[in-house]
Design a protein. Structure first.
Length: 189
């Protein structure tokens, strides 16, 4: 089975299973803070083609700070946002990005446009990440946010390059299996 077919079928099944959660999450977000239910942000995709990534909104941006990086204890995170981020339910709308062919279930995580452009200039190997579809999860995500914040973007890029150079169905299954464990334990990105 090809990666595109696996991604499509996997995203479709997960979306059907998660569909009952969408209205519940939407009502919770709407009831606790003003603003849109779905957060959209431009990211760089395969071959550098920009696309809008979808997530449930977890921030109430009262501070005026950029909404790119959220660290532990960030005051912009709403009450539902804390739960959605811990359980990774905020990522469920990205299944739509997978169905649209903009993302894969597994691959390097897409960064916001401005960060991507800066990284391409500063780190020559960053552009290799654009050779494949970005993913909902990847090697860096199974190690967790604290792991890669402590080690920096270059370490994440090395993991992404490792994945790009060795990607195969078994590696994708391994990453998906580890991601499920990471999500169930409330760790990761």
């Amino acid at each position: 089975m090809g990666k595109k077919i696996f991604d499509f079928l996997g995203a479709f099944v997960l979306l059907v299973l998660a569909a009952p959660l969408f209205p519940l999450i939407a009502v919770w977000i709407r009831a606790t803070s003003p603003g849109p239910i779905i957060f959209r942000q431009t990211r760089l995709g395969c071959r550098g083609v920009p696309f809008k990534v979808f997530k449930f909104r977890t921030l109430g941006d009262k501070t005026g700070h950029p909404m790119d990086m959220v660290l532990r204890g960030d005051q912009r995170v709403t009450a539902p946002g804390r739960f959605l981020r811990k359980t990774h339910l905020d990522e469920l709308p990205q299944l739509i990005n997978v169905l649209l062919g903009q993302m894969s279930l597994v691959g390097p995580r897409p960064f916001p446009l401005d960060i991507s452009k800066k990284c391409i200039q500063e780190i020559p190997s960053f552009a290799r990440r654009l050779d494949v579809l970005p993913g909902m999860t990847g090697l860096a995500q199974i190690y967790g946010r604290e792991w890669w914040i402590n080690r920096g973007f270059r370490c994440v890029f090395r993991l992404d390059l490792f994945y790009i150079n060795r990607r195969c169905f078994l590696l994708d299954l391994y990453i998906l299996f580890r991601t499920a464990g990471t999500v169930l334990l409330g760790k990761g990105i």
